[in-house]
Design a binder for this molecule. Sequence first.
Ligand SMILES: [Fe+2]
Ligand SMILES: [Fe+2]
Length: 474
Amino acid sequence: MSINYQDRIPNNVDLGSNRTLQRALEHWQPEFLNWWQELGPKDFQIADVYLRTATSVDAKGWATYGYVKMPEYRWGIFLADRNPERKIGFGDNFGQEVWQQIPGEHRSTLRRLIVTQGDTEPASVEQQRMLGHTAPSLYDLRNLFQVNVEEGRHLWAMVYLLHAYFGRDGREDAEELLERHSGDADKPRILGTFNEPIRDWLSFFMFTYFTDRDGKFQLKSLAESSFDPLARTCSFMLTEEAHHMFVGDTGISRVIKRTLEVMKELNTDDPVAIRAAGAIDLPTVQRYLNFWFSSSLDLFGSESSSNAASYFANGLKGRPDEGRYEDHVALETFYTVDVPDGNGSTKTEQIPMRNAMNDVTRGSYVKDCEMGVTRWNRLIEKAGHSFRLALPSTRFRRNIGMWTSVPTDPSGKPIPQEEYNAQIASWLPSEADQAYILSLMHGVYEAGKMAAWIAPPDRGINNNPVQYEYVRLH
Ligand SMILES: [Fe+2]
Ligand SMILES: [Fe+2]
């Protein structure tokens, strides 16, 4: 289905025939644009950026490329096509018709789920707003802005649902999505990770690899929802999300590639020597990975959750790729979790499967994260080094769930608090690490040039060469 660009708000939901909704969204649009100017990418609003814009929602050819000034990006409302055959895929109402309207009893819960998802979208734009000043190349600068405009569109996607299905409450929620701000002392964003500042590009790549991937799994769970408009909205968002994770995956690969080149040139793996040559030593990459992976794990919630059980029972939020499971009701099965025994060791517990849905989703996420780590390690192995990157245990440095504040080492082994305190600086980016990484951050704005701490990408965007002028600065 193609998208109508004639309207003030591009859409494929026939907005023109719904005057009330159209008025609500046209009222919100200038507030969004104000927010974008104030808290979107700083100082690049008049640059011409080689951006991809969605023009249709089918698998092929939904994107067109061209130079756009970001404030003129055509944000709009795009839902994946409706499948008239679609049935509820899990929970107590398995096999029944999906809902085109929200059943009254699920209204407040769905509203909360949509607001929580919606809040992360502008939050990440706010977190990343200063990064344009220190982009390692025009190619990277363009990728940053592509991610930013699409997160802006994801906000539109959630605001559409709020306006279209939740009346006045939804309109108020939509305004508040522009009033909370990342890291704000009084009105922070809802979820912790989205209040962490992103001051450097290594953190940006970690964020797009690990935290956008949390987004992927949340969207996959919501794409299973019995509330069909939510499912269709999230399905289309997933196509955009894939590029964000590509940016993270290839960004980290390129950092490692450059480090390996320096290690070869100098014939050393000494972090001091590698840093003196302006590259990022692999143990530092590991510490940033530890930080962002553990922080992102918390976004899935507690291992055992009665909320997760009721979302599943009621068909509001499913498991990612629900079709791959055999039992879609999950009423009589159990799930085994490792929990701290309170004496510095672990024990296993059985919890009802429905209560374990957060951990089921987290498990799929961890597997997905592993794939990049394997690829990065292959680069290191091929270069002849024994160092290996690894995901820390899901027990490590948790702030939500059964392992909250339980001191463990990165392998997940419980250790005494004193030992944890003494070691944590070697497991997470220290102040010195952060200062070093920040010292590398300088904007490189000459087409085809790369900062010294990162290798060029294997290929450019949309079959253009790497040295293409992806952003025209004025
Ligand atoms: Fe997003
Ligand atoms: Fe994203």
